[in-house]
Design a protein around this ligand. Structure first.
Ligand code: GCO
Ligand code: MG
Length: 403
């Protein structure tokens, strides 16, 4: 049996911060797992180094489920983003090791490919509608089958999802959080125009998505969903904060626009009611923040019983290790829906060489044994950690709001 001989946390900042766990075994195979929690990175690094790693040494690396249960039940303080990201990193690293020792890519260990590739969506964003549509065209030219449209809102200085960058959006920055200002009424007037013009320009063959980023109340979300019905969105994401899962009943009563939620969920318990009552169509929980491949499969299993499909979060704050893990999961899970794909910078890709690839709008994890992604530790060491925060958001009168 492969014994865990050592483990360490690597913090690096090739343009943005990433936390990676590396686990080594006495059989030579090592595994890596992503532990990045945007804006709160060092909390997970400490959780792993100070509390988890000492419990791993000497264990049988093949016993993935047992180690998962040990870390989850053994913590006593269950769930939460810090704990679940730490457990996820261990879980990913162990699947990586198992794959390497078996000489197989992880998706084979999960049951093999259930499709040719994972359909991904890209982010088209612009300061106005015309710019967003121009970017969306660029995605279509590259073969994407699905594009998320976000655009600046007239009268608001900054809007979620809009950046100066061409193909990605990186909101975490600064030594203190940026403050942005939000107006629900300005936004609600604007979004239907974005999709009306978007459909006219891009046609009906492309899947269009939109992220509300937790800004609306359930009844406002119901109204927006209704207003967007003519444009047949693939999904409307994070329409309202989901701590109160029952809140989604109200949205459902008012619209047939498909709903996605869950990028900030940590476990199946965050989604249980949403799934069981079929209040959502896509669950966005992801490998790194929801307890790893092991727990994500459990969430997907429950979702499958209720015709809810997966749509894992895949922003740039999830490292290439998470991206790889998400693709092994997505390729093999029966109820795959779509995968978010925000390209990492060349700087990040250099630190994390990987086997996954994109062709004609579908991504494949590649066939290297394990997850098929590595970390160049010498290069990682050259990029020192830089504190960065996600923005905070206020209404125009100064009231704190969800960002
Ligand atoms: C998305 C997300 C991101 C988050 C980011 C926070 O749909 O991709 O909403 O843009 O804001 O991952 O860390
Ligand atoms: Mg989102």
């Amino acid at each position: 049996m492969p014994r865990i001989t050592s483990a360490r946390v690597i913090v690096t900042c090739p343009g943005r911060n990433f936390v990676t766990l590396k686990i080594e075994t006495d059989e030579g195979a090592y595994g890596i797992g992503d532990a990045t929690l945007n804006g709160r990175e060092l909390a997970v690094a400490s959780y792993l180094t100070d509390h988890v790693i000492p419990c791993l040494i000497g264990r049988d690396a093949h016993r993935i489920e047992d180690i998962w249960q040990y870390l989850y039940k053994g913590a006593y303080w269950r769930r939460g983003p810090v704990t679940m990201s730490a457990i996820a990193a261990v879980d990913m690293a162990l699947w990586d090791i198992k794959g390497k020792l078996a000489g197989m890519p992880v998706y084979q260990l999960l049951g093999g490919a259930a499709r040719e590739g994972c359909m991904v969506y890209g982010h088209a964003n612009g300061s106005d509608i015309a710019e967003t549509i121009e970017r969306a065209h660029e995605y279509l030219e590259q073969g994407y089958k699905a594009v998320r449209l976000q655009s600046g809102v007239p009268g608001l200085a900054a809007t979620y999802g809009v950046s100066g960058e061409r193909f990605y959006y990186e909101p975490a920055k600064g030594s203190l959080p940026d403050e942005t200002v939000w107006s629900t009424s300005k936004y609600m007037r604007h979004v239907p125009q974005l999709f009306e013009k978007g459909r006219n320009a891009l046609g009906w063959d492309v899947h269009l998505l939109h992220d509300v980023h937790h800004r609306l109340t359930p009844i406002e979300a119901g109204r927006l969903g209704k207003d967007l019905e003519p444009y047949r969105l693939f999904w409307l994401e994070d329409a309202t904060p989901a701590e109160n899962q029952a809140g989604f009943r109200l949205i459902r009563q008012h619209t047939t626009t498909p709903l996605a939620v869950g990028e900030i969920f940590n476990s199946v318990w965050d989604a249980k009611q949403l799934i069981e009552e079929q209040l959502i169509d896509y669950i966005r929980a992801t490998v790194v923040h929801a307890g790893g491949i092991t727990h994500l499969r459990r969430i997907a299993g429950l979702a499958d019983l209720h015709q809810v499909r997966t749509g894992c979060h895949g922003a740039t704050d999830l490292s290439p290790v998470s991206m790889a893990a998400a693709l092994h999961f997505g390729l093999s899970v029966p109820n795959f829906g779509i995968q978010e794909y925000m390209r990492h910078t060349a700087e990040t890709d250099a630190v994390f060489p990987h086997a996954y690839s994109l062709s004609n709008g579908l991504m494949h994890p590649g066939d290297k044994p394990g997850l098929g992604v590595d970390i160049d530790e010498a290069l990682a060491a050259k990029h020192e950690y830089k504190r960065a925060y996600l923005p905070v958001n206020r209404l125009e009168d100064g009231t704190m709001w969800s960002w």
